[in-house]
Design a protein around this ligand. Structure first.
Ligand code: ADP
Ligand code: MG
Length: 363
């Protein structure tokens, strides 16, 4: 059988101090293990952060040994795309390579078609397995699919399947829990899912924005002024539930209070589908993590619901050890913004591109 080289887009955009504990790292390791065989080669394409040039703290170099350890396969680091083809072509079957942070390459940052062709020339087949980056177009996520057979990998398919099930025909009641700092795409998600939702439970900075919309002076709290207007229009729905009491310090609302926890927990208990994005408070502060802990416990206690939890901070705020993407009745999403964009009904360019390419190539 002919030797094949797989180019697999994975997410190694990890901020956690303990890299091996990150869901994204675990998912990437599993993906490499599942793909690598003695009669093929695997080349990992990934990025970290948003560098505008080489930036050592964002190098993927340390990931080569970490991935070697976690996969039990030798992962060879390649520090530049120029010259990579020779190294890959000359390697033996079973080899695994990790390319340096692709955003160090001008071609990737500037969306160069030529760079997409250069990447495509490194292998025989492209696998899009980076859900968290699938809402963006770039040579390594969309451009490449024009030049070699391409498909979406298991991580991406798991996420889409769970998100589609939870939004198209959800087991009801469907309860949304929305918190955190970023409101971008959260309002879109709420709007789109509202008809199927029984309750939207709000907390964090997003909750503060709705409190402001309800006429409360949130003073120094984290919230988004520009969003108050659209929050006001959403507040007309009785499904929107915002905090009734909070923990405050220095004129800022930093956590939800006991009465809010009680109300939310009761709604969470009866849910049959739960989608959660964004922590309920400033959980990194011991003083203000109680609300998020209690909501986390209430969610994890519900074994009857299909549960999706996404967002880097949301996952790290949970009182549970995350071993893999799917865990019992829960899917942990590797995507933050990507998940919200998908839920808001927006196009996912990289997922579409890989799907389209597959049809074209197999015809
Ligand atoms: P995710 O990474 O899961 O997508 P976000 O990045 O949107 O979530 O939000 C996480 C951040 O929001 C955390 O750093 C948390 O401290 C902050 N946060 C949540 N609630 C508050 C609050 N009431 N005041 C200040 N910061 C908050
Ligand atoms: Mg975050």
């Amino acid at each position: 059988m002919r030797m094949r080289t797989y180019l697999v887009r994975l997410n190694l955009d990890i901020k956690e101090k303990n890299i091996q504990n990150a869901l994204r790292f675990k998912a990437a390791s599993l993906s490499i293990k599942a793909l690598s065989r003695p009669n093929n080669k695997v080349v990992v394409l990934a990025h970290r952060g948003r560098p505008t040039k080489f930036d050592k703290p964002l190098s993927l170099r340390p990931f080569a040994s970490l991935l070697s350890k976690s996969t039990g396969k030798k992962v060879v680091f390649i520090d530049r795309v120029a010259g990579a083809k020779k190294k890959i072509d000359g390697a033996r079957g079973g080899s695994v390579f990790l390319l340096e942070n692709l955003r160090f390459e001008k071609g990737e940052r500037e969306n160069s078609e030529k760079f997409a062709r250069t990447l495509a020339a490194l292998g025989d087949e492209y696998i899009m397995n980076d859900f968290a980056t699938s809402h963006r177009s770039s040579p390594s996520t969309t451009g490449i699919t024009k030049y070699i057979p391409s498909r979406n990998g298991e991580i991406v398919r798991n996420e889409i399947e769970a998100l589609e099930k939870a939004t198209k025909k959800p087991a009801r009641p469907l309860v949304l829990i929305i918190g955190g700092a970023k409101i971008k795409d959260k309002a879109g998600t709420i709007k789109r899912l509202l008809p199927k939702t029984s309750h939207v439970l709000l907390g964090g900075g997003v909750g503060n924005t709705f409190l402001a919309a309800s006429g409360i002076d949130v003073k120094k709290s984290l919230y988004e002024k520009e969003m108050v207007k659209s929050a006001k229009s959403l507040l007309r729905s009785r499904k929107i539930v915002y905090p009734v009491d909070f923990a405050v310090k220095g004129n800022a609302i930093l956590d939800i209070g006991p009465e809010t926890i009680k109300r939310y927990a009761k709604i969470i208990k009866s849910a049959r589908t739960i989608i959660w994005a964004g922590p309920m408070g400033k959980f990194e502060d011991k003083e203000f993590r109680n609300g998020n802990d209690e909501i986390g416990k209430a969610v994890l206690r519900n074994k009857k619901a299909k549960i999706i939890i996404g967002g880097v901070d949301t996952l790290s705020s949970l009182p549970v050890r995350i071993k893999s993407q799917k865990q019992g009745n829960i899917l942990f999403s590797t995507g933050g913004s990507a998940m919200l964009q998908f839920l808001a009904g927006k196009k996912m360019p990289a997922i579409e591109a890989a799907k389209k390419a597959k049809r074209k190539m197999t015809r």
